[in-house]
Design a protein around this ligand. Structure first.
Ligand code: SF4
Ligand code: SF4
Length: 182
């Protein structure tokens, strides 16, 4: 056993540890501070575009959970008119299969991830609640939406203001965090 060999390893390890002592914490003060999520996030919601929907029910057939309920009647131009488009987010696993299967791009994933409710019934979204007026679509399987969304902010940018992510975050130094008892 040679002392020098092991001594160098310890010194290298300690140098890395020491370097990390002066780094700011890579956390944000959620919910006051929020990161910009990935443009292709499969968030905790779905967005339905009624003007594009033909009522074909391909999305409902492709859902492994049987989660989408659609009711239609035949309109004056021999088309389907959607009477009911309902989605139970309580059973949804946000796999995105319904979005991928829609032939008319009438369905998209949403960017939100804060949809907690006290009652399961409140997780059932009607066609009015699914419309883009109330929700923000994500770029998942929708490249034209993705191009218009802000870039994701990544914490590996460090503690400086990040122009890259289009979001400015103020990270609280470790000493102040300790002072606040966090
Ligand atoms: S959302 Fe798409 S797949 Fe579903 S019924 Fe409408 S057009 Fe068809
Ligand atoms: S995201 Fe998946 S589980 Fe949810 S409604 Fe669409 S296909 Fe069904």
């Amino acid at each position: 056993m040679k002392f020098e060999r092991y001594g160098i390893g310890i010194a290298k390890g300690m140098a890395i540890t020491f370097k990390h002592l002066f780094r700011p914490p890579i956390t944000v003060q959620y919910p006051e501070e929020k990161l910009v999520v990935s443009r292709r996030i499969r968030g905790n919601e779905l967005v339905w575009f009624p003007d594009r929907c033909t009522g074909c029910a391909t999305c409902a057939k492709s859902c492994p959970q049987g989660n989408i309920e659609i009711a239609t009647h035949v309109g004056s131009e021999n088309n389907y008119v959607v009477d009911k488009f309902e989605l139970d987010a309580g059973r949804c696993m946000f796999c995105g299969l319904c979005v991928e299967s829609c032939p008319y791009e009438a369905l998209a994933m949403g960017v939100s991830y804060e949809q907690a409710q006290y009652r399961r019934g409140d997780l059932v979204w009607s066609k009015e609640e699914l419309q883009p007026l109330n929700k923000r679509p994500s770029g998942y399987a929708r490249p034209e939406i993705e191009a218009a969304l802000p870039k994701q902010s990544l914490l590996i940018y460090g503690d400086k203001e990040r122009d890259e992510g289009g979001q400015k975050l103020r990270l609280i130094p470790l000493s102040k965090k300790r002072g606040r008892g966090v």
